[in-house]
Design a protein around this ligand. Structure first.
Ligand code: ADP
Ligand code: PAZ
Ligand code: K
Length: 254
């Protein structure tokens, strides 16, 4: 029973086709497209794929984008199913004031993180960092309760905000340096330290709250860029959202 997993963020649509909707299922094909290229999927990347029997996805890019994705899925007669954040799912409980208002990508990445903790036999609090268009940093206690999380701008938005709000900050991308001595390095290091510092703060908050050192997972399109600059130890798991989608799919369709 083939299974298509979709993660539609504010910059890119990421997809993966699996042999079955089960944890550990073999990946048959995967890819990513910028949102402006969604219309190429049915006649491009997806044209030669086997028909997915089931589909599960998350979309945080708005209803218009969701409709454009569903149009491409008309290639098959597979019903699109989109995850929404709830009160509880797959061992995770939601501490948000309005659970359904939590971004579904955040909810699913946390479910993926709990799955990683389970298979490695660790019963610990964890922090989940997603570095995409925006950056999110979530805190989960050892019982699987999502306590809360923060949202900050990603690298691109930080740079664009500074460029558009100032006269003198139109410069090429720089390097991350401890003590930047030019504008390019100052901007690149500033963005990187903002994210690394926010994660460190959340780790401290959670450690203080639970009395235990949390496990830190990081994911998202720009996760690899942040990894060398993190000030706390963290595990880079590129597939966290897909692992979460597979976990949910296993329970719903498996
Ligand atoms: N090859 C790449 N293509 C697109 N974005 C990339 C790439 N490598 C790194 N990035 C960074 O990742 C971010 C997009 O990550 P992604 O996880 O796709 O975001 P979202 O889930 O919000 O769509 C971009 O802002 C960019 O900084
Ligand atoms: C925080 C987000 C913008 C992250 O989006 P992304 O960077 O993955 O494109 C998204 O999860 C979202 O729109 N959340 C809804 C608000 C909330 O989670 O509180
Ligand atoms: K995302």
């Amino acid at each position: 029973m083939t299974f298509l997993a979709l993660d539609v963020g504010n910059t890119r649509l990421k997809w993966a086709m699996y042999e079955s909707p089960q944890l550990g299922a073999r990946v048959l094909a995967h890819g990513a497209q910028f949102l402006e290229n969604i219309e190429t999927l049915a006649e491009g990347d997806w044209a030669a794929l086997p028909v997915p029997h089931r589909m599960l996805g998350c979309v945080v890019a708005g209803d218009a984008v969701k409709r454009r994705v569903e149009e491409q899925m008309e290639l098959w007669d597979t019903t699109p199913q989109w995850v929404v954040s709830g009160n509880a799912e797959a061992g995770l409980t939601n501490g948000y004031d309005h659970p359904a208002r939590l971004g579904s990508d955040r909810w699913i990445a946390m479910i993926g993180a709990l799955q990683h903790l389970r298979v490695s036999g660790r019963h610990k609090p964890c922090v989940v960092v997603m570095v995409g268009t925006a950056v999110t940093v979530e805190a989960i206690d050892a019982s699987g309760r999502f306590l809360g999380g923060i949202i900050l701008p990603g690298h691109g938005i930080m740079l664009r905000a500074l460029e558009s709000g100032t006269a003198g900050l139109h410069v090429p991308t720089g390097e991350v340096r401890d003590f930047p001595t030019n504008t390019s390095d100052a901007l690149t290091s500033g963005g990187t330290f903002a994210i690394a510092g926010a994660v460190q703060r959340m780790v401290e908050n959670l450690k203080h709250h639970t009395g235990e050192e949390p496990v830190v997972f990081m994911t998202g399109g720009a996760g690899w860029k942040m990894a060398p600059s993190m000030s706390v130890q963290c595990e880079l798991v590129e597939s966290l959202i897909f692992d979460g989608l597979l976990e949910i799919a296993s329970r719903r369709f498996g």
